[in-house]
Design a binder for this molecule. Sequence first.
Ligand code: FAD
Length: 553
Amino acid sequence: MVKPVILAVDDDASVLGAVERDLRQHYRADYRVMRAASGAEALETAKELAARSTPIALFLADQRMPGMTGIEMLRAVRQVHPSSRRVLLTAYADTDVAIAGINDIGLDHYLMKPWDPPEQRLYPVLDDLLSEWRSRVRPTFDGIRVVGSQWSPESFEAKEFLSRNRVPYEWVDIDADAAARALVKSVAGDVDKLPVVLFPDGTRLIAPTTIELATKAGLQTQANRPFYDVIVIGGGPAGLANALYAASEGLRTVLVESQAPGGQAGTSSMIENYLGFPAGVTGADLAGRAVAQARRFGAEIISAHKVVGLRREDPYRVVVLDDASELTAYAVVLATGMSARMLDAPGLAQLQGVGVYYGAAMTEAARYRAKDVCVVGGANSAGQGALFFSRYARRVTMLVRAPDLQPTMSRYLVDRIRSASNIDVINGVEVQAVTGNGSLETITVKSPERGDERAIPASAMFIFIGVKPHTEEFAGILERDEAGFLLTGAELPQEHGRPRGWTLERPPFMFETSIPGVFAAGDVRAGANRRVAAAVGEGSAAIHSVHRYLRTV
Ligand SMILES: Cc1cc2nc3c(=O)[nH]c(=O)nc-3n(C[C@H](O)[C@H](O)[C@H](O)COP(=O)(O)OP(=O)(O)OC[C@H]3O[C@@H](n4cnc5c(N)ncnc54)[C@H](O)[C@@H]3O)c2cc1C
């Protein structure tokens, strides 16, 4: 935790030196004693410390200073350090000013010069004020602080990105913290430029892009080598398993992930069917363990870069990233998975991130404590989401298009949902529209069968309505099925008794796509069994095919 500051301010160098000495002698163990030789310098220091999230516990300022008086300075710093204690050093003639200051700027105390002996005339007063300050102010978090609004989708995205990448941060809501709002205004010039992200070294980012945030938060965003044996695209369970096995078997391996390692599994509140975890494991925990394990074997994991292109330059495969940089390797494994399908209804786009969420936005659960929320969808992920949010929300209403939860949801989830006292299920409805002033308030659903509409008040809706594969970047380059999933091995479309466009004598290896040396594993592969264990299995097994391929180049 950061040591709070006591700031002494006086233009008279000998008085300032004496104050500083006395303060240090008594408070140096718990406070950092700083000095400023004018009101303007004090104001500057106060702003800098606020930007670094270092609290000033107490200002001790002389009234008589040229340019800016003590009272004027103490008034100005109230904006940036509203909870600091403020003490004025006065001469006898300034007593009236000091008394007026008590009403005017909430001055806590005035001390007559000289204050000797400090044991009687200085420390008892300051001890009282500081202990009162400590009782009201919580200790400052000594890490990254995300200052934003719960109504800002960009603030939500920054929080999601940091938490999914397991970067600890403190959330500061400008709607609940006047000092934070003032700070945003002073550094960003405007409270709409959100979030402001404050770093422990005193620097800050205003409304940062993902790559700016990732780089500043210390995540690896650039490859260390010009060339690899294998490039893995996507850091879900399949990609992580693939990178882990590749690196552990001595291959120079880099994994490129557009958001955060963990993939869909990383967003799961509790995975209960993964081998070896009888009590279940959260997706975040599983992802964190896998990342640590892959890195231990030497795999590089690059975050916040999307792969946007793939080229064949025999015998190399070239992968193009979203900043136009390129990575080259002998082999590429695509493990780009799939993601939630977006719901299309009036109002949804405007309220996304401020009440409307896709998937289990776990960082938001606590915000909806004791509120009413809806979960849209009727498959396993929706069931897990409903159970997770029922721990926080007053009531969870599931909006399901099908007439029954089964057969799309596993029996054990259906049983748990039916026995949960605060989960309702409405079957046979579709979302028509959502409305809300600044955040979600009402969801209108329609029953296509009965034709009737009803409005359901809700503070949040979490949507789980199916998936689409992440393969748009590879359309026209690799063979895909009708839904866009990648075709591999024996599944590749045949022409004249061999895969269409295939020029090699040998048939494609298992997991190999229509380009030799380019493999696909996990949910992105057509016909995959879309489960964590299956993705891990495919990612691990695909390395066997990579080895076979590497023997040919
Ligand atoms: C909410 C939820 C709960 C689930 N619960 C369970 C469960 O309890 N048990 C179970 O067995 N399964 C569960 N699943 C399914 C399971 O999570 C998936 O089957 C598994 O994550 C698939 O792994 P994957 O690596 O193939 O793909 P994904 O997990 O989808 O990972 C793909 C990764 O690739 C990245 N990516 C995509 N395109 C690019 C690109 N162009 N460049 C760079 N990176 C890219 C994505 O950001 C993503 O991180 C759940 C899924 C969800 C959504």
